[in-house]
Design a protein around this ligand. Structure first.
Ligand SMILES: Cc1ncc(COP(=O)(O)O)c(C=O)c1O
Length: 468
């Protein structure tokens, strides 16, 4: 069996869709000019009416065929060696069964409530709202979906606990997972401890050094932490290799909405509790829907978790914020949707950071969990049909947003989530007063204190005045 085929980037590289003349999907994509909607009250409002139905039709079509084809439009699929197909089919059938099984759903609901700590609050950030008001005191209202308050400190546990329960039902006793920032590793280690399962977490040595706090925590939770050379993408390849080496006993617990079908659909489904709660809470708080949803995009799980519930509500804007790193034009970034090209990686077709030869280009972000050269195929699809808007925030902007939320709200966000918060600086002035904006605060930032502290130190020329 060619194990490499799973972990290495296949040399399939397709040109990006050209929104001006593409008919690839059987319809004419919105023009590039219109594609970049920048405001709810955008001057392009009238033409959006004309393609609204196409967008909805495409979303409905993809959802209807997803479980048969594993595809979101042209993205996704199952690009794996033949030997893995049986295993993925077993997973698909167990997952499909669990989706409609009241017993599984009941157990999951109990775990989410009593173990994870759901529902998480939809918090009105009064001082952050005031901060972004204009000189006339006008501006949007900013709400934070507090995924940082979950057990383990991030949204990752929503999916980890659900998949660990699924694995146990399938008779697997040993879980293998890859982590970058360590949040998925902590969540998986915790779920395995609770369910009495063996747990191996694979992590790149660069990330072990950057996220040592989480490494210690994973070990305390009973996981074996295996450090390999490289970063998150290499850890993912290695985790898949471990799983492929022992398919009978091991279960690969995907931490984000990438990989071969059904992984992206499964992770999206288990994270969609974020959006479902948001809809209910918005109705309770102001009797309506949010107007704008903002989430950071690493590989896509927290963004899809928030967006999925609202994907058919075309009046709700979906904004994903990728990492522009230190130089978005010079290659030191993680802005896959903004800068990538279509190709196949880790078993699915999606946008990728790749060079002219189709080789993967290493991503960079100060938010370690955003460093992945691919992205969820579903987000690639939503971006290409014009349903999701994609923006970027630099390392510097994210670090500033981190400090700002600490000071204004007493909330310390993960550096990943800080990218979504950083976008508020550009977004708020374009929105009508009173617009309801929900930002996914996908995790808490204790793990990043060292990084932020060093940055503050550099900024103040070696003085520790800002933080001491
Ligand atoms: C707190 C937090 N937010 C966001 C992410 C990015 O992942 P995703 O895009 O799958 O939500 C991570 C990844 O580790 C994370 O730890």
């Amino acid at each position: 069996m060619n194990l490499q085929a799973l972990s290495l980037h296949h040399a399939i590289s397709l040109p990006s869709l050209n929104p001006n003349n593409s008919t690839t999907l059987g319809f004419r994509l919105p023009s590039h000019r219109g594609f970049k909607v920048t405001s709810v009250m955008s001057p392009q409002h009238t033409w959006t009416q004309t393609w609204k139905t196409d967008v909805l039709r495409l979303i409905d079509e993809t959802e209807e065929s997803l479980f048969k084809t594993g595809k979101f439009g042209r993205f996704g699929g199952v690009f794996v060696p033949e030997t893995l197909i049986t295993c993925l089919n077993m997973l698909l059938s167990e997952f499909s069964f669990c989706l409609n099984d009241p017993h599984f759903q009941g157990e999951l609901a109990t775990a989410l409530r009593d173990y994870v700590g759901r529902e998480t609050p939809l918090y009105f950030a009064q001082r952050l709202t005031d901060h972004y008001k204009n000189s006339r005191g006008e501006g949007p209202e900013i709400y934070l979906k507090r995924e940082d308050l979950n057990h383990g400190g991030a949204h990752k546990i929503n999916n980890a606990i659900a998949q660990a329960m699924l694995a146990k039902r399938m008779g697997r006793r040993s879980i293998v997972a890859a982590t970058g920032a360590g949040q998925h590793g902590v969540a998986t280690a915790a779920a395995c401890a609770k369910l009495d399962m063996e747990c191996t977490i694979i992590m790149g040595d660069v990330d072990v050094a950057r996220q040592s706090h989480n490494v210690r925590l994973m070990k305390l939770l009973g996981a074996q932490v295996k450090s390999i050379k490289g970063s998150f993408k290499d850890a993912t390849s290695e985790a898949i290799r471990e799983w492929v080496g022992d398919l009978e006993r091991k279960y690969y617990l995907a931490g984000t909405a990438v990989g071969p079908h059904p992984c992206p659909a499964m992770v999206r489904e288990f994270q969609s509790v974020i959006g479902k709660e948001t809809r209910k809470q918005a109705m309770e708080k102001w009797g309506g829907k949010p107007d704008v949803l903002v989430a950071c995009v690493g590989s896509g799980s927290n963004a899809l978790g928030l967006f999925h519930e609202f994907v058919r509500d075309e009046d709700v804007r979906l904004i994903g914020v990728e990492a522009a790193g230190t130089n978005i034009d010079g290659g030191t970034h993680s802005a896959t949707l903004a800068k990538g090209e279509i190709g196949v990686y880790h078993g699915a077709m999606t946008y990728l950071l790749q060079d002219d030869d189709g080789q993967i280009v290493g991503p960079h972000s100060v938010g370690v969990g955003l460093e992945y050269p691919g992205v969820s195929p579903e987000l690639s699809f939503l971006r290409d049909i014009g349903r999701a808007e994609i923006h970027t925030a630099t390392d510097e902007e994210a670090l500033d947003a981190y400090a700002l939320l600490c000071r204004l709200e007493g909330i310390c966000p993960a550096l990943e989530a800080s990218h979504a918060l950083a976008h508020l600086g550009k977004l708020c002035s374009t929105l009508p007063s009173g617009t309801k904006v929900v930002v996914n605060c996908s995790g808490r930032g204790d793990k990043d204190i060292e990084t932020v502290f060093k940055h503050q130190q550099q900024k103040s020329g070696g003085e520790l005045t800002t933080f001491l």
